[in-house]
Design a protein around this ligand. Sequence first.
Ligand code: C5P
Length: 247
Amino acid sequence: MSEPKTSTQLLPNQRIFVALDTPDVGRALELAKSLKGLVGGFKLGKEFFTACGPEGARQISALGMPLFIDLKFHDIPNTVAGAVRSAMALNPFMLNVHASGGRAMMQAAVQAAREAAAANGAHRALVIGVTVLTSLSRSDLAEVGLDIEPLEQVLRLGLLAKESGLDGVVCSAKEVVALRGTVGPDFKLVVPGIRPDWASKDDQKRVVTPRDAIDLGADYLVIGRPITGADDPAAAARRIVEELSGA
Ligand code: C5P
């Protein structure tokens, strides 16, 4: 695996991770083959992984494109370290953990990724934190005992993630500017909820276009249905890359 590039070195297509949200490995492979070389990589999440397992992930990985293993680990540090070691066997470009698992858990995740990479002679995956799930409102947070504005909690966990050695966080586009001001220029911001203006919003409530997300300061975009649900996924991916490349 090549060294992860800094954001300013990335080509527009390298910023796009396509969410292969399907329980069907054949469908995921078909999509991945049609998008290979057009985008930056593929995100495999809980739906795919629970149905298709690491063997399914290996089939996608065998195409040679960067993988984002989106399993949002959240457990005691020893268990998360073990999960990260197991995920590293798939040689991912990026994986994630819940920042609310705390400093020791995040440090254990990064150390496990570093050790596994050294043992495999591979580059360490970027370890990314999930701060506050964007599905949670202020009243949802209050119900679980957090009497705080979601954005304030996002910034707190973003900073803790950075201090714990993580490489970045997943966040919504509306959090990008505030996070960038808090965590600085080199911390990766990975943004889902992306919709080109020609695509359906589906169940996403607050969406931004790919171009606006990058202009706000996002490093990587996670895009699912606007590409995977298109009649011609490769054409949809090309159109998004063109929009990102335009002046
Ligand atoms: O199809 P769509 O573009 O909405 O897919 C977005 C992907 O990003 C899905 O895999 C979804 O689980 C993930 N995601 C999200 N919103 C978040 C966090 C993750 O849509 N706040």
